[in-house]
Design a protein around this ligand. Structure first.
Ligand code: C5P
Length: 317
């Protein structure tokens, strides 16, 4: 746990927002996802490069007498809006940490699909921390919010920061990757239905135990060097995801999606995180639009979207 920080009540109410606070938060992909051994705490040691892309959820926080959550968009009717929801858990965690009442009316507009390997739930938790911090006037630093975020999920700290960052530990320890500003053009192929993250990790352990998994990825040095070169073709050659074999084993149809992206001219394609979303790197914006149209026409995904990266993490707009 992080050390509690309790702002002076008068100072806090001066800073608290009176009107609605709107926060936009991106999805993440992993440019490199190296999965190490299973740890005694049930998590795997990771060496990953996170990358935030311009596919967004939006969370609006308003003053209220209790804590409520409503939603629209992706996953409406499927996602429970009760105390288990990561948005509610994030709001309560911030309230507990700062000693303020967890009172807010929260509304989520969701574009990031559920259980897709894009960290949608983690993104919403990061958005809730930033939105409630502004609404309540608790004014924590990004580092303080990231420390609370780590208790909510391995990907949540990254989504506080965004950009491109190295993730270690179980993914919760993030440090920014310094590279000259470059915009990369991605295509995101959204699948029908989701994949459970713990199931994908378990499947990787099973494949490894059976000697049926590809060799683990080396460290991310080649990818980090490629990011500095700003050439999509160079970056394409270094993308990699240890969980891809597990996602493909659980969802054999992903092979056709990956093949279709390659046929459409993608420089590289891979499963995003624990899947089942596939992401493709395009040479430029026009290439990304063409690949997205071809993927949809081929019927190998529910929807294909273009998205640039990197973009900032959860921000008030
Ligand atoms: O941290 P988070 O709650 O998002 O993780 C969900 C699940 O994914 C964990 O309970 C664990 O089964 C798996 N996981 C893992 N190793 C990681 C991160 C997640 O095995 N580094």
């Amino acid at each position: 746990m992080t050390e509690a920080w309790r702002p002076d009540d008068d100072e806090r109410s001066r800073r608290a927002a009176t009107g609605p606070v709107r926060v936009r938060v991106p999805a993440k992909i992993n440019l490199h996802l190296g999965v190490g051994p299973l740890r005694p705490d049930g998590y795997h040691e990771l060496n990953t490069v996170y990358h935030a892309i311009a596919l967004y959820d939006e969370l609006t926080a308003r003053r209220g007498d209790t804590l409520t959550l409503t939603m629209e968009g992706e996953g409406t009717g499927e996602l429970a809006l009760d105390d288990d929801n990561l948005v509610i858990r994030a709001a309560r965690a911030l309230a507990a940490h700062t000693g303020v009442p967890a009172h807010a009316r929260l509304h989520l507009r969701k574009q990031i699909p559920l259980a897709a390997g894009l960290a949608g739930g983690s993104a919403d938790a990061a958005a809730a921390l930033v939105a409630c911090d502004t609404l309540w006037g608790t004014n924590l630093s990004r580092d303080q919010l990231a420390a609370i975020a780590a208790d909510l999920g391995s990907d949540v700290p990254f989504l506080i920061f965004g950009g491109t960052a190295l993730g270690t530990g179980r993914g919760e320890t993030v440090s920014p990757v310094l590279a000259r500003p470059t915009t990369w053009h991605w295509v995101v192929a959204i699948a029908d239905g989701g994949l459970s993250t713990p199931t994908a990790y378990r499947e990787l352990d099973r494949l490894r135990a059976d000697g049926a998994a590809p060799p683990p990825l080396p460290n991310a040095d080649a990818l980090l060097a490629a990011l500095r070169q700003r050439s999509p073709a160079v970056l394409a050659a270094t993308l990699g995801n240890d969980l891809q074999a597990a996602a493909q084993s659980l969802r054999p149809a992903l092979a056709a999606t990956l093949k279709a992206g390659e046929t459409a001219g993608a420089l590289a394609g891979m499963v995003s995180g624990s899947g089942p979303t596939c992401v493709f790197l395009a040479a430029d914006a026009a290439g990304a639009s063409r690949i997205a149209a071809e993927l949809e026409a081929a019927g190998v995904c529910r929807a294909a979207r273009t998205a640039t990266g990197p973009v900032p993490g959860a921000r008030v707009i």
